[in-house]
Ligand binder design. Sequence first.
Ligand SMILES: C[S@@+](CC[C@H](N)C(=O)[O-])C[C@H]1O[C@@H](n2cnc3c(N)ncnc32)[C@H](O)[C@@H]1O
Length: 166
Amino acid sequence: MGREQHRVHGDRRRFEVLADYIAARYENRVRYVADVAGGQGLLSRQLSKRGYESEVVDPRGWVRRGVDSRSEAFDSTMADYYDLIVGLHPDEATRAVAQAAVVRPAILIPCCNFWTDERLGRDGLLDAIEESYRASGVRFERVTFDFRGPKNVGIVSEPPAGADEP
Ligand SMILES: C[S@@+](CC[C@H](N)C(=O)[O-])C[C@H]1O[C@@H](n2cnc3c(N)ncnc32)[C@H](O)[C@@H]1O
């Protein structure tokens, strides 16, 4: 298997679809993007094609050539450095992305339940994360993205009003 042919699970279109969404929604309001749990960096690649400076933050440290990355676990205290936090199927980083949503615009598209010990399906997991957003004043909407489901539903959010003002 060649260097550019590593297996990618799920619908490969998710990277392009999400990058298009980000470009359409934020335009030039954001520049630095944290691609949390970005794996090989396929989302970051799509974002840099659209003019964003996107960096993978993932302890796996296995990104494709030319993709900026930090080989470490994401922690919400890192959020200040970025304009937008994106967690596309972020697994163990799900809670840290949700915590970062309190201080930065964020997109969280959860995959498996790394939120609680109880069994939660897709919608139950989204409900639980949204409940925590409500509790901390994070403003959010649920968005269904145009790639193959069921893990194609996410939460697009803005921090509580006034949170990012000096
Ligand atoms: C299901 S993969 C998703 C990769 C990519 N976002 C995608 O959609 O193909 C989950 C990723 O989460 C990363 N990960 C696990 N714990 C993490 C943490 N604490 N902080 C950042 N990334 C983490 C793993 O290394 C893995 O690359």
